[in-house]
Ligand binder design. Structure first.
Ligand SMILES: C[S@@+](CC[C@H](N)C(=O)[O-])C[C@H]1O[C@@H](n2cnc3c(N)ncnc32)[C@H](O)[C@@H]1O
Length: 443
């Protein structure tokens, strides 16, 4: 018989937490305050993993998932929780991490940045596979906890135009002779163009190429192909096409990009995040500012608009070239860029970059501990805005900034970049309070 449990709270992944004879049990599909019949699918030494089978007492915050594939598709995990409660849960995750890992508390919790809850996703990697048992091709996200592709015909978080392409893409794959040699289709939506990048393990046949061209024309999309590594990505049809781009109207910027370049997935939240980051950073003409992990210049160019001198540093040569081109495109001469591996930052390398008044940091999930540890004792930037896609590493780095480097955590808050997923994007403002006094040298 299935156990019946009370859900005590929600974990950082959006699972309910219950106890069975004292053992922690993470329940997929159950919310805090609920009573549920559950089925345990894995027993670990210290905890169980379970699925909710029947909700016997529902939370007031439970809502009907909009997507009919929710629960099977691995793309979303929180559609059953009201959108505002999702944001509150993310805010709690951020506060918990800062307190538990970083042993810090922001002076101010910033209001969460909200955007549209549906149809927001402009980037995706869709998996593709011919499945004999289904008698056709599947195109979509992977199923939860599985390498199988979800049998889906639409998606509520992709932009509506891209969602509407899933079924036609499946039909296209059904008629291509080499569908089993196309494992992935990457999607990038720009303001004027949508690009689909087909990962090809073998070239198109002439017949397939004609079918793909006809698909592109019928659905008003541009097709690119990728035969091997990232340097083999190139336009297929139309072969001469306008560039993808997004804009940051508050700063009068247009940012062209290639379909495989890193860009933030949620255009509305990205605009709000850039705007908040710039308000917190407060760049001024005459200042020298660094933007670390700068990508194609998403924060660098808005900083440059203020008149400050800005140096963007980034690990990818292609993105630095793109950032330079974007600075030119927007007539900004006060933004410079350099390629460097910031995971190998040292105090010596940091000092060699020269003095910075302020810093913006936007690293990958693994954070920026090497950068943080390399900040000098004297003459360090007096203000740091840290944009993070993992609150655990933000908290780890915050501990060093606050307890070792003499900063104060003035403010922190979340940006709901990925509604209906457990992903927590956040932003934090650090200000330097203690400047170590160097002992006076005696004559
Ligand atoms: C979260 S993205 C932020 C990009 C940019 N700030 C934006 O908003 O579009 C992180 C960036 O870190 C870069 N990166 C990854 N590894 C790196 C490394 N070892 N050193 C420097 N940059 C790296 C990635 O190429 C990516 O552009």
């Amino acid at each position: 018989m299935n156990p019946v449990v009370d859900i005590l709270s929600l974990d950082h992944e959006g699972h309910g937490i219950a106890r069975i004879d004292g053992k922690v049990t993470f329940v997929d599909g159950a919310l805090a305050g609920e009573r549920a019949e559950i089925s345990v699918y894995r027993k670990h030494a210290k905890y169980n993993s379970a699925n909710a089978v029947t909700i016997l007492k529902a939370s007031a915050q439970r809502t009907e998932p909009r997507c009919r594939y929710f629960g099977r598709c691995g793309g979303c995990s929180m559609q059953h929780l009201e959108a505002s409660a999702q944001v509150a849960a993310k805010q709690r995750v951020l506060e918990d991490n800062l307190a538990r890992i970083g042993k810090v508390k922001p002076d101010v919790m910033l209001s969460a940045l909200h955007g549209p809850a549906w149809g927001y996703r402009t980037r995706a990697r869709l998996s593709a596979r011919w499945v004999d048992k289904k008698g056709g091709a599947l195109v979509g996200f992977r199923e939860k906890r599985s390498s199988y592709i979800a049998d889906m015909a639409s998606c509520e978080v992709l932009t509506p135009d891209v969602s509407a392409l899933i079924q036609p893409l499946r039909e296209l794959m059904d008629v291509l002779s080499n569908a089993d040699r196309i494992p992935q289709i990457e999607v990038a939506v720009g303001e004027h163009v949508t690009v689909l990048v087909f990962r090809l393990l073998e070239p198109w046949s002439d017949d397939d190429a004609a079918l793909v061209r006809e698909f592109a024309d019928r659905h008003h999309v541009h097709i690119w192909e990728q035969s091997k590594g990232p340097d083999t990505v190139r336009p297929f049809w139309p072969d001469i096409a306008p560039e993808l781009s997004y804009s940051l109207p508050e700063f009068g910027l247009v940012m062209p990009f290639r379909p495989t370049d890193f860009t933030q997935v949620n255009v509305a939240i990205n605009r709000a995040l850039v705007s908040r980051a710039l308000r917190l950073l407060g760049p001024q003409a005459g200042e020298r500012i660094a933007d670390l992990f700068c990508g194609l210049g998403n924060f660098t160019l808005p900083i440059a608009r203020s008149g400050a001198e800005v140096v963007g540093i980034e690990g990818s040569t292609e993105l630095v070239a793109r950032a330079r081109a974007n600075a030119l495109h927007n007539h900004l001469a006060n933004a410079r860029f350099a390629v460097d591996n910031l995971f190998e930052m040292t105090p010596e390398k940091f000092a060699a970059l020269g003095h910075f008044d302020k810093l913006l940091i936007d690293p990958l999930r693994s954070g920026a501990i090497e950068v943080v540890k390399s900040l000098p004792e004297s003459g360090a930037p007096h203000r740091i805005v840290y944009v993070s896609c993992d609150p655990a590493t933000l908290a780890r780095d915050a501990e060093v900034l606050v307890h070792v480097k003499g900063y104060r955590l003035e403010a922190a808050g979340v940006a709901n970049m990925f509604p209906h997923t457990a992903h927590v994007e956040s932003i934090a403002l650090f200000k330097r309070i203690s400047i170590k006094i160097q002992p006076l040298s005696r004559p």
